[in-house]
Design a binder for this molecule. Structure first.
Ligand code: HEM
Ligand code: HEM
Length: 184
């Protein structure tokens, strides 16, 4: 068995990272929108700490995913017009960029706001910058806007995949699904 992607489909490492990170993204985005409206208190602080720890985990997974992807070839694209190939490549690049930008801007916001950062109460992480009100506002805007853009791009991404699967009836989705879930 090979861990890398082949002409038959995406490898098990890429498939696991793709679907595992999707689950974590759904969780962290839901928690993110929920936590900001909570009244100040210990529950809010705990949920913020969890959000940040999962966010740092996602940053590490995104770095691993990008490095892994740079070291492997993608399975061949099914036949499609050139503009669709370009749109797919551009949206994938944007998704990789947002995967890195969103947690990094969260970390930057946290640092510029002067808050401490711990990963699951196990590791103290350094501040990326000193307290800075202007950078704090900027990083917060990037964090919030990044998530909104991510939701939009993922909706388009999922719609394109479903179109390939149900209308074109090609292998795009089956190349990414786990073998026990209908993948090939
Ligand atoms: C992929 C990772 C992440 C995602 C998808 C994400 C998503 C979100 C979302 C949806 C919100 C609520 C935004 C709103 O109310 O409009 C939020 C807020 C926040 N996030 Fe993240 N986040 C991630 C990583 C991080 C990291 C790594 C940190 C810090 C180390 C962080 C710190 C914060 C903070 C402090 C807020 C509250 C901002 C405020 O008060 O307005 N996030 N995040
Ligand atoms: C229901 C949601 C989703 C579905 C159905 C889905 C499905 C797929 C499928 C079938 C592929 C393979 C496409 C191809 O062979 O060109 C793919 C690739 C990809 N997906 Fe998703 N995905 C979803 C959500 C996400 C999310 C949340 C992210 C990131 C935040 C993401 C990031 C990517 C990236 C970056 C690729 C390109 C891989 C590469 O070419 O390196 N996907 N997705």
């Amino acid at each position: 068995m090979t861990f890398r992607s082949t002409a038959e489909g995406w490898g098990p490492v890429t498939r696991t990272l793709h679907w595992g990170m999707l689950l974590l993204f759904v969780g962290i985005v839901s928690v993110g929108y929920y936590m900001t409206d909570l009244p100040l208190g210990p529950a809010k602080l705990k949920i913020y700490a969890l959000h940040k720890s999962v966010g740092i985990t996602l940053l590490a997974l995104a770095l691993l995913r990008v490095l892994w992807r740079l070291g492997e070839q993608r399975p061949p694209l099914p036949a499609m017009p050139a503009w669709q190939q370009r749109a797919a490549a551009a949206s994938h690049l944007l998704l990789y960029g947002l995967m890195l930008l969103i947690p990094l801007s969260g970390w930057l916001f946290n640092s510029a706001a002067g808050f401490p950062l711990q990963w699951f109460r196990l590791v103290n992480l350094p501040a990326l910058v000193g307290a800075d009100p202007v950078l704090k506002t900027l990083a917060r805007t990037v964090h919030h806007t990044g998530v909104a853009v991510l939701i939009g791009v993922v909706a388009l991404h999922a719609a394109a995949v479903l179109k390939h699967h149900f209308i074109d009836k090609d292998v795009t989705l089956r190349q990414m699904l786990p073998s026990w879930g209908g993948g090939r």
